[in-house]
Design a protein around this ligand. Structure first.
Ligand SMILES: [Zn+2]
Length: 387
């Protein structure tokens, strides 16, 4: 994706967060990095400007890796390694994080982000963990996010992705794993050990749970309630459109009950805790994630008169299972209003939408040249109603 497209997508995502977020503060480090900050390069300054202008609290996580994966057939993922380039990008990312931490708004933070456990060398992952400790910021990567990755890590190291992460000192209270779905006990894997969830809990690692995007592929974390009872810190993120944390909370609750075949596995309060305090904990913050004296005044006002919030005996239940963002009226971040009467005040949503529309047309023109099999857009992503 070209730089201007990324920025447009970032602007839309940020506006969506404001309109759709129950709490635009905690609980979703993952999608912020995906939406706004996932490349080093000339647009770094623009990304920081966008993050600042959004009025949100934003954790920018510039990613790097020792390899990139690609496909040239339908059945195999291949890796192209360039360890030197990975180290150089790592150094640049740490410089960028230092600059982000100095941003005068006080709302921007950095996060150390080696992209995936399977695309980085052990040395780079160890250096990343050490850098996060030195900088006093969170550390994130993708791990246990697919069956293929699980099998690959077992082939490479003789261990599950989580057990290997533990062995190399990557887990800990400042570590956030997206998405930790394929842990050893997942029913699809038929693996022999039952260690992974315990390791996540004992190391105080956070799992960034983004249920919607995976459930679209028929994949479930098994299950939110089970992880929670084992003592794992859970946070909730979006990682896809719509960037709607309230709908994501609903998906987390419903899908956990489907996975557990048990309505009692996770309560609505458990889900709210993950989306707020769980996220704040992952971000190493004690001043956000709750409404209490001394906290940062990140506040969402919900219209109780909205039809989908009625009757009003249990407003949280109505908000999560029925109303979602339809009832969100005003949003404040650090006491500053960013949404007033359902309108985003800080960003130009319409212009950014027009920008991504134009970007999609440009992308469709190029897609055959970029695809290994030279397929058209109609072949790769047929319309839902083709005729
Ligand atoms: Zn992800």
């Amino acid at each position: 994706m070209a730089e201007d497209n990324r920025l447009n997508a970032g602007e839309i995502a940020a506006a969506d967060f404001e309109r759709g977020a129950a709490d635009p503060v905690a609980g979703f480090p993952q999608q912020i990095e995906h939406a706004i900050s996932n490349r080093l390069g000339p647009a770094e300054a623009q990304r920081m400007e966008l993050a600042e202008r959004s009025g949100l609290r934003v954790w920018l996580a510039p990613w790097y890796s020792s390899s990139h994966w690609y496909v040239d057939n339908r059945h195999e993922v291949k890796f192209e390694w360039d360890e030197k380039a990975g180290e150089q990008k790592f150094i640049r990312s740490m410089d960028l994080i230092r600059r982000i931490q100095k941003n005068p708004s006080g709302r921007l933070s950095g996060m150390v982000y080696p992209a995936q456990i399977d695309t980085c060398t052990e040395e780079l992952l160890r250096a990343s963990a050490a850098a996060a400790t030195e900088l006093g910021v969170s550390l994130t990567t993708h791990a246990a996010q697919s069956v293929m990755e699980f099998n690959l890590m077992v082939q490479r190291h003789g261990k599950t992705p989580i057990q290997w992460a533990h062995e190399i000192g990557f887990l800990g209270p400042s570590t956030i794993l997206g998405h930790a779905i394929f842990v050893d006990e997942h029913s699809w894997l038929h693996w022999y050990s039952r260690e992974d969830v315990k390791l996540l809990a004992e190391s105080h690692t956070t799992v960034a749970h983004c249920p919607t995007v995976f459930s679209r592929y028929g994949q479930l974390l098994e299950d939110f309630g089970r992880y929670q009872r084992a003592g794992v810190n859970l946070a909730i993120g979006t990682d896809t459109v719509p960037h709607n944390i309230l709908e994501e909370m609903r998906a987390a609750a419903v899908l956990s009950r489907v996975a557990a075949e048990n309505v009692f596995t996770a309560t609505t309060e458990d889900i709210l805790t993950a989306a707020t305090i769980g996220g704040a904990r992952a971000l190493l913050r004690k001043d956000i994630g709750a409404l209490a004296p001394g906290m940062r005044a990140d506040i969402v006002l919900v219209d109780l008169l909205s039809p989908s919030m009625r009757p009003t005996r249990d407003p949280l239940r109505s908000l999560v299972y029925a109303a979602a963002d339809r009832a969100v009226k005003d949003v404040f971040v650090g006491g500053r209003q960013v949404v007033a009467d359902r309108k985003v005040l800080t960003m130009n949503h319409d212009d950014a939408c027009a920008g991504v529309e134009a970007a999609q047309i440009r992308m469709m023109e190029k897609v055959s040249k970029l695809d290994y099999a030279g397929r058209t857009i109609e072949q790769i992503a047929p319309l839902s109603l083709p005729h």
